[in-house]
Design a protein around this ligand. Structure first.
Ligand SMILES: Nc1nc2c(ncn2[C@@H]2O[C@H](COP(=O)(O)OP(=O)(O)OP(=O)(O)O)[C@@H](O)[C@H]2O)c(=O)[nH]1
Length: 631
C-alpha cells in the first residue's frame, strides 16, 4: 500500500477540522488563557487535529516510546505549540467545487468522536490496551474517508452517490486502494504503532475482524468493531438505549473478545452516549445551525448580499457597531459582496464559515484587545491571506504601529471611512486575485498529482495481475511468498506451497485451438478462486502452472485443500464448439517445517509436482523423508 503514502503529504496536512471545533478553539484562545486540559478536550473531538498533534509529538520524541494518547501528546507539546497548531487548522472549503459535496464533514467528526468515546469506555473495562490509546486509535480509524473526500472531492462524491453497495470495493476500483488502507497509512504516519494501527483496518466488518489471527490484535479489532457498531446506532438515535438487534450482533463478540456481558455493554454504551451528547454542542454550532450570513436575524434585513461568494464576487466581512452607518455602499462600489456583524464572536463565526477576502474591523466594536484579536485572525489558515482594514478614532502613528505589527493592512479614520474606503481597496483586490489564482494553481497541481497517484497505482495493480485470469501473477505471488516467509521466520504463521500444473494442456491447444485453451485457463482460475479461502493466495505462475500459498496451516490441512482443488477441477467442463473440454491437474506440496528458506520451499514443491507427473498425473504428491508419496 505504498502508493497511498504519496498522497499523505497533502492529506495529512490539509484534512479539514469541523468548523465547530475550529470556532471553539478560537473562542478559548480569545477568552482567557486556556488551560491545557480545555485545549486537550477540544482537540480530542477532531480527528484531523488529533492526528497532526500526534505526528508532531512523535516527531519530537523520535527515540522514545511512541505517543498514542492525545492527552499525552498535548501535554508533551505544551500549551504554546498546541495553541499554534490548533488555530492554524484547515477548514472545509466553503467553495463548492473544492469540497466533497456528498461527504458529511461535521457528521464524520461527530461519529468518529462517538466511536472513540465508546472504545475508551470498553477499554476501561477490559484488558485490551490503554483506554486513551484506544480512544485515539478509534478516533483515527476511518480518517482515510476524510482524506479521500479532501484529496479527491469530485471522485469521492461520485462514489458516495453511486449505486455500488460496497464503499470499499468502489474505492478500490477507482483509486486502487480503499479508505482502510489510507487510514492505516495515516495512522502510521501520525506515529500510531503497528499493533494498534493494523487491527483498526479490520474494524468495520465482523468478517474482517474474524480474519485477525493474533490474540491481542483480535481483541483490539473486536473492541473497535463493537465500538463502531454501537456508535452507528447511537449516532442515529442519539439515545442511550441500545436496541436488541445491535446488542445481539455484538454480544457474542464482546463475550469472546472482551469477556463482557450484555449488561455491562449496555452500561458502557449509556456512559459513552451521555459523554458524547454533552459534547455535541461543540458540533452544533455552525454545522447544524449555520451561523452564516442569513442566520443572524438582526442583520438579515440589512444584508441583502449576505451570501457574497454565491455570485463569484470577492467577499468582505465587516465588524461594525450598529450605530455607525453600514459600509455596504463603498464596499459594493469596490466590487465586494458584503456582510455585516456587530458582535465580535458572530464575526469570527462568519469568518470561519465563509473565509472572506477582506475584513473591515471597527475598533469600537472589538471586545478586549485589538492586537490579540488581530494576532488570532492572522494565526489561522484563512486569516493569513485576508486583507484587514481597521477603522479607528484619531490614532497617531505610534498608536498604529503595534496594530500594523499585529496584522492590519490599512488604517482608516472613522470620518474618512465611508467616502474613501472604495478608492483604497485596490490592494485588497489584488491580494484576493492573487489568492484565488494561487489557489486555483495549487488545486490544478494537486489534481494532476493525485490523478497520477491513481494511474500509477492502477498500473502497478495491472503489472501484478495476470490479464487472462485476473489472478495475481508470478511477481505478485513471489512478493506474497516473501512476505509470508518473512513473518514465518520471525515466529509467525507457517507457510505452505501447493504447486499446480494442468495435465496435457498442450493437447488441448493442439486439438481445440489456443482460444479454447485460454477459455479453459480462465475457467480453472475462476473455479479455484472459489475453492481457496481467506489467508490463501492463488496465483498464475506461468502458462498452465499455478501456485497456492497457504499460511497458518499444517501439511495435513494443505492436503485437504489440494483434494478440494482436485475435485473441483474434475467437475470443470468448458463447452467449446461441438465438444466439451475437461482437464485434470497434478500437484506438489511443500511446508515451511521442511524447508530452510523460501527457495528451498518452492523447490521442494516443484519436485513433488514432478513426482506427481511422473507417477501418472492427476495426483497430489509430497515428500516424506526421501520418498515421494501421493495423497
Ligand atoms: N492457450 C494457452 N496455452 C498456453 C498458454 N501458456 C502456455 N500455454 C501452452 O501450454 C502448453 C504446455 O505444454 P507442456 O509444457 O508440454 O505441458 P503439458 O502439455 O500440459 O503436459 P504436462 O504438463 O506434462 O502434463 C504449451 O502448449 C503452451 O503453449 C496460454 O496462455 N494460453
Amino acid at each position: 500500500m505504498d502508493q497511498s503514502r504519496l498522497i499523505l503529504k497533502d492529506a495529512a496536512d490539509e484534512l479539514p477540522s469541523p468548523n465547530g471545533v475550529a470556532l471553539a478553539i478560537m473562542q478559548l484562545w480569545n477568552s482567557d488563557t486556556p488551560s491545557i486540559t480545555q485545549i486537550a478536550r477540544l482537540v480530542e473531538t477532531d480527528p484531523a487535529l488529533s492526528g497532526r498533534l500526534l505526528r508532531l509529538a512523535n516527531a519530537a520524541s523520535r527515540a522514545g516510546r511512541p505517543v498514542v494518547s492525545i492527552r499525552e501528546a498535548v501535554a508533551r507539546l505544551g500549551l504554546e505549540t498546541v495553541k499554534q497548531v490548533a488555530v492554524a487548522f484547515s477548514l472545509v472549503d466553503p467553495e463548492q467545487e473544492r469540497q466533497c459535496e456528498a461527504f458529511d464533514y461535521a457528521g464524520f467528526a461527530s461519529h468518529s468522536l462517538l466511536v472513540a468515546m465508546l472504545a475508551r469506555q470498553l477499554a476501561s473495562q477490559s484488558n485490551t490496551a490503554p483506554p486513551e490509546d484506544l480512544f485515539a486509535c478509534a478516533l483515527l480509524a476511518r480518517v482515510g474517508c476524510l482524506a479521500l473526500a479532501t484529496v479527491y472531492p469530485q471522485e469521492y462524491t461520485q462514489i458516495l452517490t453511486g449505486s455500488s453497495p460496497s464503499l470499499v470495493a468502489e474505492e478500490r476500483h477507482r483509486f486502487g486502494f480503499d479508505h482502510n488502507d489510507l487510514s492505516y497509512e495515516l495512522m502510521r504516519d501520525y506515529g500510531v504503532p503497528e499493533p494498534l494501527a493494523r487491527p483498526a483496518v479490520h474494524h468495520e466488518s465482523l468478517d474482517r475482524v474474524g480474519d485477525v489471527a493474533d490474540g491481542r490484535r483480535f481483541r483490539i479489532a473486536a473492541l473497535l468493531h463493537i465500538a463502531y457498531r454501537l456508535a452507528n446506532q447511537g449516532f442515529q438515535t442519539r439515545d442511550a438505549a441500545l436496541d436488541d438487534e445491535t446488542l445481539d450482533r455484538v454480544t457474542a463478540l464482546a463475550h469472546d473478545a472482551l469477556d463482557m456481558d450484555s449488561q455491562r455493554l449496555r452500561a458502557r454504551f449509556a456512559d459513552a452516549i451521555n459523554e458524547w451528547l454533552s459534547w455535541s454542542q461543540v458540533f452544533s454550532l455552525p454545522e447544524s445551525h449555520p451561523v452564516g450570513p442569513d442566520s443572524a436575524p438582526e442583520t438579515q434585513a440589512a444584508d441583502r448580499h449576505d451570501d457574497p461568494h454565491e455570485d463569484g464576487r470577492k467577499r468582505a466581512l465587516v465588524l461594525q457597531t450598529p450605530s455607525d452607518p453600514p459600509l455596504t455602499e463603498p464596499l459594493e462600489a469596490a466590487g465586494f459582496g458584503t456582510c455585516h456583524r456587530d458582535d465580535q464572536e458572530q464575526m469570527l463565526r462568519t469568518a470561519v464559515e465563509h473565509q472572506p477576502d477582506l475584513l473591515v474591523i471597527d475598533q469600537a466594536a472589538i471586545t478586549g484587545s485589538a492586537e490579540r484579536l488581530l494576532r488570532l485572525i492572522r494565526s489561522t489558515e484563512w486569516g493569513r491571506a485576508v486583507y484587514i482594514v481597521l477603522i479607528g478614532d484619531h490614532l497617531d502613528e505610534p498608536a498604529q504601529a503595534p496594530l500594523y505589527a499585529a496584522g492590519i493592512d490599512m488604517y482608516l479614520e472613522r470620518e474618512m471611512a465611508a467616502e474613501s474606503l472604495a478608492d483604497r481597496l485596490a490592494p485588497a483586490h489584488r491580494l484576493a486575485e492573487l489568492k484565488s489564482l494561487w489557489l486555483s494553481d495549487r488545486r490544478d497541481l494537486r489534481r494532476t498529482a493525485n490523478q497520477l497517484v491513481i494511474s500509477r497505482r492502477k498500473f502497478e495493480t495491472l503489472s501484478m495481475t495476470d490479464t487472462l485470469t485476473g489472478l495475481p501473477n508470478r511477481r505478485a505471488g513471489m512478493a506474497e511468498l516473501e512476505r509470508a516467509w518473512a513473518q514465518w521466520s520471525r515466529g509467525g504463521p507457517a507457510v505452505g506451497i501447493i504447486a499446480l500444473d494442468l495435465d496435457h494442456f498442450k493437447r488441448i491447444n493442439d486439438h481445440h485451438g489456443h482460444a479454447a485453451g485460454d477459455r479453459l485457463l480462465a475457467e480453472v482460475a475462476s473455479v479455484w478462486s472459489g475453492v481457496i479461502r481467506q489467508g490463501e493466495t492463488l496465483c498464475r505462475s506461468g502458462g498452465e502452472e499455478f501456485l497456492v500459498i497457504t499460511t497458518g496451516i499444517d501439511l495435513a490441512a494443505m492436503k485437504r485443500i489440494a483434494v478440494r482443488l482436485q475435485q473441483a477441477t474434475r467437475d470443470i467442463t468448458v463447452p467449446w464448439r461441438d465438444s466439451v473440454i475437461g482437464i485434470s491437474v497434478s500437484m506438489g506440496l511443500a511446508h515451511s517445517n521442511d524447508a530452510t528458506d523460501q527457495e528451498a520451499l518452492l523447490n521442494r514443491a516443484d519436485k513433488a509436482l514432478y513426482a506427481a507427473k511422473e507417477g501418472g498425473r492427476n495426483r497430489i504428491c509430497f515428500r516424506d523423508n526421501d520418498t515421494y508419496l501421493a495423497v
